[in-house]
Design a protein around this ligand. Sequence first.
Ligand code: UD1
Length: 357
Amino acid sequence: MRVLSVVGARPQFVKAALLSAELERRGIEEVLVHTGQHYDANMSDVFFAQLRIPEPAHNLGVGGGGHGAQTGEMLRRLEPVLEAERPDWVLVYGDTNSTLAGALAASKLHLPVAHVEAGLRSFDRTMPEEINRIVADHVADLLLVPNAAAAKQLAREGVTEGVRVVGDLMVDLAMRVSAQIPAHPAVLDRFEVQPKEYAVATIHRASNTDDPRTFGRLLEGLRGVGMPVVFPVHPRTRAIGQEFGAGNGDNIIVCEPLPYMEMMALLARSSALFTDSGGLQKEAFVMRVPCVTLREQTEWLETLEDGWNVLAGSDPEKIVRASKRITPMHQGTPYGDGHAAAKIAQALLERAPAYAA
Ligand code: UD1
């Protein structure tokens, strides 16, 4: 069996790590395609190296641009690759423009599509990621969902065929990595912070970076939390961060995007996370670090239970208040049993139309 996996953005490299290894272990051939959506070395290469992901067989070099131009260019460059490779499965991850392009290009060529992280909804259609999720789910043949709640959501939308509950690759990796993080990781010395005496922040959603007023309010919130805040700045956020003087004489410590291992170590020993990222909300949950989400809603509803995650939007007062109230209690295991990669590989084998015979 041959699986063609489409990746392109940072969270997809993280998700691909465990599954690529599992496919290789089972002797399933994987053709990795990198769309080039994320191309800076610290957004892409360093993830491939640290997570030991194989070199992509195809790098489409699409780069940035508006949604139409970026997605359109991906479709244009993906089609001949899919036609030449004719895999048994085209596998896409998550909710980025690379997910949308991979799912759409494959389904138009009648190639079976498997969607990892299917069934999640923020119910906010102004988010490009929400549109990407919905379209990918509705063209996919195999919907690999993290839990029963996501399966239920698909059923509400009339999607019941080919749905498998598998858990969550990103959570599984974070769990493994978390066990190896020392009490005082070296990355803390770089920022001159002590365990549990600092917070971490990341901001990159279009809704938070495109409107200067919103970004200004977020920064005001972070400046009010009363401790150092290490802020690795996503390329999308670079210009506006400079414009607002983030890190100039305030409590914010600005740095370039961090490699995966350093980011996980920094997160694990922090006292709180402020983020608009989807993945980091789950990673904080795994590391038992309270999270303040800088959005009005989340697709990871389970993290809200028992106070591990609080939605603060971009209201500075709410951000400061949320950072003080955090007393999380019990924690469940809503994202599977640590074996998502094996379950996904098994589902691909069992449901592969061409391979079944
Ligand atoms: C994308 C995903 C989002 C995901 C995020 C993870 C979509 C719609 N959004 O958002 O779901 O959570 O990735 O980081 O797909 N840029 C660089 N260097 C890079 C990468 C990007 O300079 O290595 C620039 C781009 O040229 C663009 C901007 O940053 O101007 C935003 O990149 P883009 O790919 O549009 O989306 P993200 O904001 O990263």
